[in-house]
Design a protein around this ligand. Sequence first.
Ligand code: PAF
Length: 267
Amino acid sequence: MDYPRLGFVPTMGAFHEGHLSLMKKAKAECGFCAVSLFVNPLQFAPTEDLAKYPRQHEQDFEMARSVGVDLMFVPDHAELTQNIQTNVIVSGVSDLYEGQRRPGHFEGVATIVAKLFGIVQPDIALFGLKDLQQCAVIRQMVADLNMPLRLIFEETVREESGLAMSSRNQYFTPEQKSEAAELFRSLTKAARTLSTLNPGSNDAVRITLDETTDSLRSKGFGVEYLDAVDPKTMHPATHIEQDSRLVVAAKFRTVRLIDNIPVFDKP
Ligand code: PAF
């Protein structure tokens, strides 16, 4: 008899098309799709928006149902976080970028994701590449701890304007949302320039990144970092390779945005 496999999408709710596309993929790959909804307090710093994080469970259940999700797992906060004495620290890939600016964030992510994997025991788990460094952290954790599952990472789903779908986009007015899409346009322009440079032209890479940063700042983006990275190690790309990606974090109005794109278009 052919048993369905279990495809798992861990989430913090406030679903958008990005979540739904992971759920559809899980269902298509496995036949059975489980989704967890848990706003994980361990990955928020005291100064961050845990209390403000959008919670819309009924709407989320409806959306999940509409794409054929078979099971929603909504654990109690205490159930997952009380009295735990184990923290999963994934060094190296967590060191820079988000890890540097959000101390403890990836520890919180890895610890909860490891617990969710232990409870749900999926055959396949799916994550969106919008959180590129999170994907690298989870890939490394699964490899290091020999976790018996396969990972699938899916490209970012975007609004028509190019703005990466994110639960935090709800904080924008429609007008601000279209202005925020400048982040993606600037990344795309920078990627196009980088993809035409001769290998080894590191100065030209730096100049392109600096110019893009300056231009974004002049348009109201508080750029925290903009860099070309190796997506597996999450360290700066020493030179541009086929799989290099551009990563950015910038505050626009009151919202902190992150995004990333491949330097080279995929064939
Ligand atoms: O990407 C998210 O929504 C969260 O970081 C995750 C993976 C569900 C862990 O809490």
